[in-house]
Design a protein around this ligand. Structure first.
Ligand code: ATP
Ligand code: MG
Length: 182
């Protein structure tokens, strides 16, 4: 828990150091309680928000949480959550958009020197999202920005009841704004 709060503060500090706006917005119609694995959810969000900050020099990183599309295999009474992490960063070239989700793959070889990292963050995130019966997807326009999004459907083994707003607050070290969907 402490470690997670530190990662959250680190994300907020890193965004502030780069003069990036870091905003978290939660749809008003979300349930306050979600049954899932907070540790794994946090890990995915930390990876994706961390990437968004790392690969953005100017502008903003926006995290949106809304109700996800229900799936027939969802346990009764559970609401899937859709997360989107969008940045105004360097983007990912079209021909690399599929492969960056693979282990040890980075969009360009010079990226490692420029930004560091091993190319594992997204591969791990994808696996964790799949454990939540979702899929990690992305849209990106080179030079304009990138959006990663996924829906977390499912309680995992060590499920707990969590409040998504509090989780985000803790992660990003920022108050979460309630926004209207439309
Ligand atoms: P690690 O996460 O292991 O520290 P990494 O960040 O390079 O290293 P991944 O998180 O797996 O690895 O990302 C893979 C590659 O995808 C990155 O090296 C980068 O080229 C590209 N990428 C990921 N997220 C973004 C983003 N938000 N904007 C632009 N490129 C991105
Ligand atoms: Mg990464």
């Amino acid at each position: 828990r402490d470690l997670i709060e530190k990662s959250g503060q680190t994300l907020a500090i890193r965004a502030a150091e780069k003069n990036l706006e870091l905003a978290c917005r939660v749809a008003p119609n979300l349930p306050d309680r979600w049954v899932g694995d907070p540790g794994r959810l946090r890990q995915v969000l930390i990876n994706l928000i961390g990437n968004a900050i790392k690969f953005t020099d100017e502008g903003e990183v926006v995290v949106d949480v809304s109700k996800g599309k229900p799936h027939s295999s969802d346990p009764p009474g559970t609401t899937p959550l859709r997360f989107s992490i969008r940045d105004t960063g360097i983007g990912i070239p079209k021909d690399k958009q599929a492969s960056v989700l693979d282990p040890f793959t980075q969009a360009d070889a010079s990226t490692t020197r420029r930004f560091g990292g091993t190319g594992l963050g997204l591969a791990i995130s994808r696996q964790l999202v799949e454990l939540m019966h979702g899929e990690l997807e992305l849209k990106s326009r080179p030079g304009q920005g990138t959006e990663f999004y996924f829906t977390a459907h499912f309680p995992l083994a060590d499920e707990q009841v969590i409040d998504p707003k509090k989780e985000l607050n803790r992660l990003a070290g920022l108050p979460v704004l309630l926004v209207d969907d439309n």
